[in-house]
Design a protein around this ligand. Structure first.
Ligand code: 2P0
Length: 328
């Protein structure tokens, strides 16, 4: 029997309530601002990592297909950190599967790097706690640091240059406050400006970025208060305005860009009209045209039905707060 070191982990995607938008250090993935998220129950990445002295290079298989050389290079870069921490130099084969279509408008880098951090460190024999796993996942993709935990999660930006105080921690368990998140798919066309490029361009060129920085900490603190006090109306109004502010910064960038399409606006209008009709629903939008609508479980069917009636909505997915890392 060959020598091998293997582990499998699962992590769920998260949506930002208060957005991570801008880095103060590109290579260490250190954010300009604190952020807040909900880990979702419905969408997850399962990753198996097997280190073996028999492998001359790392191999990355994504949804049963060999990944591109660019993707492979990112995984090797990440595994180099894990190898550096462990003192072992073996290469690995990484098998990763999303239970949702990669092109369906859901960010897979958050669940992907959280699952990879957990599976790779466990396979190689490191016993990291959640804080260290959150820091490690951050070095693959910033938002991945939040997918270590379930429920409602904050990412404290930290102050130090080395990033040792920049990691996520839980704010509230999902079971403490059940909310509904209707994920609205308006297009599965890949975006032309990645979130990584988008935030960089905005920090460097948008005159509106200083307005973002001036107001995001107050949004973060108020949203956290609203979460702790289960104040849905307050939470909804803050997350909606925080999302609008993030997207406003992109319009001031040089060259300018916009993540929305006309269907995005149709969904926004529908959410506003639901509210006029007495149903509390609030939207948020990440770096793409698809919209996530937050509501209370008693209203989830009504919200979903009204959104599905819009001609440019392709699909809706009903989510609730989900779990943190699990090992399989
Ligand atoms: C967020 N986004 O808080 C924000 C809101 C998009 C808009 O985190 O460069 O894939 O890998 O750290 O984490 C998407 O950016 O970027 C993101 P990198 P990431 O969820």
């Amino acid at each position: 029997m060959g020598v091998y070191l293997k582990a499998t982990a699962r992590a769920h995607t998260n949506i930002a309530l208060i957005k991570y938008w801008g880095k103060r250090d590109e290579s260490l993935f250190l954010p300009m601002n604190n952020s807040l998220s909900i880990t979702l129950d419905k969408f997850h990445t399962t990753t198996a990592v097997e280190f073996c002295p028999c492998l001359p290079v790392d191999l990355f298989i994504m949804n049963n297909q060999l990944a591109s050389s660019a993707e492979m290079a990112k995984i090797t870069h990440f595994l180099d950190r894990v190898r550096g921490m462990s003192g072992k130099s073996w290469h690995a084969v990484v098998h990763s599967t999303n239970n949702f279509p990669t092109a369906a408008g859901f960010a897979s880098s958050a669940s992907g790097y959280a699952a990879l951090a957990a599976a790779a460190t466990k396979a190689i024999g490191l016993d990291l706690g959640n804080k260290a796993l959150s820091q490690l996942a951050r070095l693959g993709s910033g938002s991945a640091c939040r997918s270590i935990y379930g429920g409602y999660v904050e990412w404290q930006k930290g102050e130090k240059d080395d990033g040792t105080d920049s990691f996520a921690k839980p704010v509230l368990e999902g079971g403490d406050w059940d909310l509904s998140i209707v994920s609205v798919l308006v297009t599965d066309t890949p975006k032309t400006v990645s979130s990584r490029e988008g935030m960089k361009r905005t920090v460097e060129t948008s005159p509106f970025y200083s307005g973002w920085l001036d107001s995001v900490e107050a949004d973060f603190l108020h949203a956290k208060e609203a979460l702790i006090h289960h104040d849905f109306e307050l939470l909804g109004s803050i997350i909606e305005s925080n999302a609008l502010k993030m997207h406003a910064t992109t319009l001031g960038a040089n060259p300018p860009f916009m993540y929305w399409n006309s269907a995005t606006l149709d969904v926004i209008k529908e959410v506003q009209s639901l509210r006029s009709g007495g149903i509390q629903a609030y939207f948020t939008i990440d770096a793409g045209p698809n919209v996530k609508v937050l509501c209370q479980p008693k209203d989830e069917q009504a919200v979903r039905e009204s959104l599905e009636k819009l001609p440019n909505v392709q699909n809706t997915y009903l989510c609730h707060p989900g779990p943190g890392l699990t090992y399989l």
